[in-house]
Design a protein around this ligand. Structure first.
Ligand SMILES: [Zn+2]
Length: 290
């Protein structure tokens, strides 16, 4: 059993809440997929022919239990991904890329549905699912949310990268939201998801053009559920691009925006595939701006 879970009690203006995080299995990727070699174009070729793998990394799902509702951020992976031919409907090229670049390890009890149940949530308790972007290991638990509103940045829906639409549930029609320039001066485009303004969807492009993070503002600390902005905090601190990033230029802008935000707020950085997120959330270890 490789599942790891954390539940952190936090204080919002209107009362106590929780941030839960858990892994839905784990994934290893080509080393040059995680750490870019070359430019935004050649890095894609370099990771395809890379022979070296990373260690297994977690695939995180987050739950924000807020006085105004329960929000699930990303849906993780499902156990069928390890079955032969899972990507076949996407054609030979995407089948090749996905089977050669990633190795997943996940059991059915690691999926988002059973894990939410263990935390005491049924599907009807979930107000909204928020997707940071449309990569497989973020949307592939959607089958548990057929009656839940799914929120996605409109730009991500219109211009996804490495999309695998044949793997979406047939009912999938997310509520696409347009982000606007808001009061949040560090992240140029954002939208508030609650009246209190304590949960914001913020545009953090680079990994994909429409990639978003979810900013959770508690009394003491702000938490950035950062999807795949980077694969770990070190990459952010050192301004390292991942080979899988779509735009290196936009990544750099996003890294700087997060850094600037952290210079004015106590910010805990929580990307989806970082081993350290459990400790960082538990102890509210914040990002030191540099
Ligand atoms: Zn991704």
């Amino acid at each position: 059993m490789m599942t790891k879970t954390i539940s952190k009690q936090v204080k919002f203006k209107e009362g106590d809440g929780f941030i839960h995080g858990f892994t839905t299995g784990q994934v290893k990727v080509k080393s040059k997929f995680r750490t870019a070699k070359g430019n935004a174009f050649t890095s894609k070729i370099n990771f395809l022919f890379d022979r070296e793998w990373t260690e297994y990394m977690p695939i995180m799902v987050w739950v924000i239990d807020h006085p105004e509702g329960v929000f699930v951020v990303d849906t993780g992976e499902n156990a069928k991904v390890t079955q032969e031919g899972y990507f076949k409907k996407e054609g030979r090229i995407l089948n090749y890329i996905n089977t050669k670049s990633f190795v997943f390890e996940i059991n059915s009890e690691d999926e988002v549905g059973p894990q939410l149940k263990k935390l005491g949530y049924e599907q009807e308790d979930i107000n909204k699912v928020i997707l940071t972007h449309l990569h497989l290991d973020h949307f592939d638990g959607l089958s548990y949310f057929d009656n839940t509103e799914i929120i996605l940045n409109k730009l991500e829906w219109d211009k996804p990268s490495f999309a695998l639409p044949s793997l979406y549930p047939e009912w999938f029609a997310p509520k696409t939201v347009g982000l606007k320039e808001t009061k949040n001066k560090h992240f140029k485009n954002s939208i508030s998801l609650v009246e209190s303004n304590e949960i914001e969807l913020v545009h953090t492009p680079g990994h994909t053009l429409g990639h978003c993070s979810v900013l959770v503002k508690t009394e003491a600390t702000h938490f950035l559920l950062a999807g795949d902005v980077t694969y770990n905090q070190y990459q952010l601190e050192q301004r390292i691009n991942a080979g899988g990033h779509q735009s290196f230029k936009l990544s750099k802008v996003t890294y700087q925006a997060i850094n600037n935000y952290a210079s004015q707020n106590r910010l805990v950085y929580l990307p989806s595939h970082d081993h350290q997120v459990f400790e960082r959330l538990q102890n509210e270890l914040h990002l030191e701006p540099n």
